[in-house]
Structures are given as structure tokens and as C-alpha cells.
Design a protein around this ligand. Structure first.
Ligand code: 8YV
Length: 312
């Protein structure tokens, strides 16, 4: 008998076909009325394959009374109700580590782009403006100060990338980390006031919601740049738009937004911001590794072995 696994959101085609070969896989995303489907069939599934974006909220977990394993594609757990899963003894697997390099690379792509104005200068060339004059001067990256909010797995790789640019790194976390040599800022405001680039690499969810507030942006100041590769919810987006419009910060590089895929119109109109469509982990190599981990976590669970990367 093949285990019944519900699929919430799309996965890579290759992963979908391998899962379908192994399990009795049902794509919830193909249902015209997912609520009605869950009401009629939710109890039939022992597994849920989902993504960091679609997650598994309390309602979905409640609609699946036989659920034993959630295997999520992504490192972010903010869309999964971990308390609901814990209460029911449901195992939760996710895909940390395998995406650290590509997410850190994207953070640096944004640091370089927003400071050196790479995307803006590309637009300048395409508009034919080079024929009319020189592109204005931009801001140096090498040797500057990099502040990292959230020195976790990804934050540490960003710090390593920074050493190649001769940057001094400091960080802010809930508490200082014994195995990290970089300077610790005991408040986010102190970190923002110190650094030239503030890179957000913290987790999303209720605990970090709105941490980067108007006050933090003002501490970063008119020569400071903000880069966000974590979750849009960590930043007060309204305050960010105002700070960018009024040049109270120098610029921002954003891979994530509060209400994806909606990007505020006001941001689209600004030239001091780089906007990416949440692509930090989107490389063939990393996505394949993430998909493999989704499969491996499921396989381990059904074989009675510990998950490769358990979230609980
Ligand atoms: C994914 C992510 O692009 O891992 C995460 O938490 O945000 C990204 O890597 C995406 O969320 C997959 O759904």
C-alpha cells in the first residue's frame, strides 16, 4: 500500500514525478475547491508535502486528522503552525543549510547592486542615456561596515562573503553567540547606527514582525543601505517606502515583501531600490538539493528513521 500524501503548492516537476512514483500523491493545488476537498478527503492523508510559502496553517492541520508528517520545501517555517503540529505529534521536516550559499550570494548581489547601482546603470544604458552623458557616481562596498540582523546559518555565510570584500561585520541576535568572532550589537538600533549596510537574515514570523521600524531606518540613516533576503514581515514596509522616498536611507535591496507577489507601487517608482521576485534560493543546484531533502525527509519518516532535517 502506498502512503497517501497531499501536495500543497507546486514543487519542481522532477520532484513531483518522483513523489508521485513513490506515494499516492494528490495535488491540492489542482482542486477547484480545496476546502470542500479537504472536508471530504482530508482524513485520508498521512503525509503533507508543502513549501515555505504555502506552509501548513492550523486550519489545514486540523482538516487532516490522520496527518503524521509534514515535509516542507524551504527553510522558512513561518507559514507552518508548529504549535499545532507539536500538539498532534506530527513530524515536520524542512530544508535548511542546502540553500545557505545561494541565499548569501543573493544578499551580496543586492549589496553590490544597490550601492554600485548596477540595475539602475543597466537601465541607463538601455535608455540610451550613456550617449548623453556619464552615469552618476555610486557608493563603494569594499572595506565598509556590514551589520547582520540574525546570525543564523545564512547570516554566517553572509559574514564569510563579507570577508572577501574586506568588510567589518557586526551582528544582532537575541543573544551573543559564543562561536562567532564578529562584534555583537546588543540592540538593533545600535547595529543600524553603526553599519553602512544592514542585511536582514533573521527568521520571519511573529517574533520578528516589524523589527525594522521607522526608528531603525532612521538609525541606519541617509548613507545607509538596507538589504532583505529573509521575510518582508521583518520590515515595516510603509516606513521603508517613506524612508526611501524621502532619502532618509540611501537605498534598499529587497528579495522579499510583506504581501508577495504584490510589490507596493510606490517602490516601483523609486530608483534607489532593487526589487527581486523572492529568488534567493532559485538556482538549479540549490532547488534540486531542496527537492531532494523534501523527498529524503518523507522517506526517512516512512522508514521509521529520524528525519534528515527536523524542524521540531
Ligand atoms: C523559497 C524561502 O523560495 O526557503 C525559504 O524559506 O523563502 C525560499 O527558499 C520558497 O519559500 C519556497 O516556497
Amino acid at each position: 500500500m502506498r502512503h497517501r500524501v497531499l501536495q500543497h503548492g507546486r514543487l519542481l516537476p522532477a520532484v513531483e514525478s518522483r513523489l508521485a512514483a513513490q506515494y499516492d500523491l494528490h495535488p491540492l493545488w489542482q482542486e477547484a475547491d480545496p476546502q470542500a476537498f479537504l472536508k471530504a478527503h482530508g482524513g485520508e492523508f498521512v503525509g503533507l508535502a508543502t513549501t515555505a510559502r504555502f506552509g501548513a496553517d492550523a486550519a489545514l492541520i486540523a482538516a487532516m486528522p490522520s496527518l503524521k508528517i509534514i515535509s516542507s520545501f524551504g527553510v522558512g517555517l513561518d507559514a507552518i503552525d508548529l504549535n499545532a503540529a507539536r500538539e498532534r505529534g506530527i513530524a515536520v521536516g524542512y530544508t535548511p543549510d542546502v540553500l545557505n550559499d545561494c541565499v548569501a550570494d543573493t544578499a551580496f548581489a543586492l549589496v553590490l547592486d544597490v550601492a554600485r547601482r548596477i540595475s539602475a546603470s543597466d537601465r541607463f544604458v538601455r535608455r540610451g542615456d550613456w550617449l548623453k552623458g556619464q552615469f552618476p557616481l555610486a557608493t563603494r562596498v569594499s572595506g565598509k561596515r556590514l551589520g547582520i540582523l540574525g546570525m543564523g546559518r545564512i547570516g554566517r555565510v553572509i559574514a564569510r562573503r563579507a570577508s572577501g570584500f574586506d568588510m567589518e561585520v557586526r551582528y544582532h541576535n537575541r543573544r551573543p553567540l559564543a562561536d562567532v568572532d564578529h562584534g555583537y550589537a546588543s540592540t538593533l538600533e545600535e547595529l543600524a547606527a553603526w553599519c553602512d549596510f544592514l542585511v536582514i537574515a533573521s527568521a520571519g514570523g511573529a517574533e520578528t514582525r516589524g523589527l525594522v521600524s521607522r526608528e531603525i531606518l532612521d538609525a541606519l540613516g541617509p548613507e545607509g543601505f538596507l538589504v532583505n533576503i529573509s521575510r518582508g514581515t521583518v520590515v515595516d514596509e510603509t516606513a521603508l517606502v517613506e524612508a526611501l522616498q524621502n532619502h532618509r536611507i540611501a537605498g534598499a535591496g529587497l528579495d522579499v515583501f510583506e504581501n508577495e507577489p504584490q510589490v507596493p507601487e510606490a517602490l516601483m517608482a523609486l530608483d534607489n531600490v532593487v526589487l527581486l521576485p523572492h529568488l534567493a534560493s532559485n538556482t538549479h543546484e540549490t532547488r534540486a538539493a531542496m527537492g531532494q531533502r523534501v523527498e529524503d525527509n518523507l522517506a526517512a519518516f516512512f522508514a521509521g528513521r529520524p528525519l534528515l532535517s527536523p524542524a521540531l
